[in-house]
Ligand binder design. Structure first.
Ligand code: ZN
Length: 287
């Protein structure tokens, strides 16, 4: 168990040769039309500590150095959940005039670690980190078997709660040759403030991840960032929202790293750092 965040550099040296020989393909995302999700119809909170469905205002609204997120509410979505049967195929709005599937099963590594398990474990770490930093945290499911709501309902809950940030955790089913993370944010469409804020949140998380030597994706997005118009949780967001593909489960080497608790902890710390940076930065000066 390492105390330091995961470093994928050793992996990179192994994979670079493979990547160099392969063509760049921007596909393989786990989230093609509406795939990504996990859910239930009722906002369950099997773990009461994990998901206060109706967050109450904290008694002390003043952030401190130790708890910079006091007064902030953050929705953390573990991208995929337990089986939901046919309801999985229900079409829900994507916020851009189309529809997507209620949710999808998610990816898996070659050694059998499912995205469901990985996102559940990472979500718990991140939720704990954010609470320690003073935030009220809402999560998409209360236990690993729970499927959670359809993707549109998850962001609806975050909108309704007036969340200060919505972060959906995933790991991609990308091509074998590719590796690294990328942060998805809503493409510009409405001009609503949440769109620009989502891009800022994506940038903060990207920077926090590269600061601990996590590698931006070699096959998707640009420098770890990707604007999307086909993800319901982003298209319907009225609050700053991102969907983070932390790694590529389709790559055997990077996929194997995800079973290491220290690696998941490193991802969580980097996500928390990016969220804090985004929520505590001074406002941009007006033009
Ligand atoms: Zn996913």
């Amino acid at each position: 168990m390492r105390a330091t965040p995961p470093r994928l550099r050793p992996v990179r040296s192994v994979i670079v040769a493979i990547a160099a020989a392969a063509s760049l393909a921007l596909t393989g995302c786990t989230i093609p039309s509406g795939s990504d999700a996990a859910a239930d119809t009722t906002p369950t909170s099997a773990n009461p500590a994990e998901s206060p469905t109706t967050p109450t205002a904290p008694p002390t609204p003043t952030p401190t150095a130790e708890e910079p997120l006091i007064g902030k509410t953050i929705y953390v979505d573990a991208g995929h959940g337990g089986p939901v049967g046919d309801a999985m195929y229900e079409q829900v709005p994507d916020g851009r005039g189309g529809t997507v599937q209620c949710q999808t099963e998610g990816a898996a590594t070659l050694s059998g670690l499912t995205e469901q398990a990985f996102t559940w474990q990472t979500m718990q770490l991140l939720a704990a980190d954010l609470k320690r930093l003073g935030a009220v945290v809402i999560t998409s499911r209360g236990n690993d078997a729970d499927s959670g709501d359809c993707v549109d309902q998850r962001i609806a809950a975050a909108n309704q709660a007036g969340a200060d940030a919505f972060v959906s955790i995933h790991a991609d089913a990308g091509p074998e040759f590719g590796y690294g993370f990328f942060v998805n944010y809503p493409s510009a469409a409405t001009g609503e403030p949440a769109e620009a804020q989502s891009a800022e949140l994506a940038l903060s998380i990207r920077d926090a991840m590269t600061a601990v030597d996590l590698t931006p994706s070699t096959y998707a997005g640009e420098e770890g960032l990707l604007a999307r118009d086909d993800v319901a949780e982003l298209g319907l967001a009225q609050v700053p929202a991102v969907l983070v593909q932390l790694a590529n489960m389709g790559n055997s080497i990077e996929g194997a790293l995800l079973a290491d608790p220290a690696v998941r902890k490193g991802y969580s710390k980097a996500l928390a750092t990016g969220i804090v940076d985004f929520l505590t930065r001074p406002p941009e000066p007006a033009d």
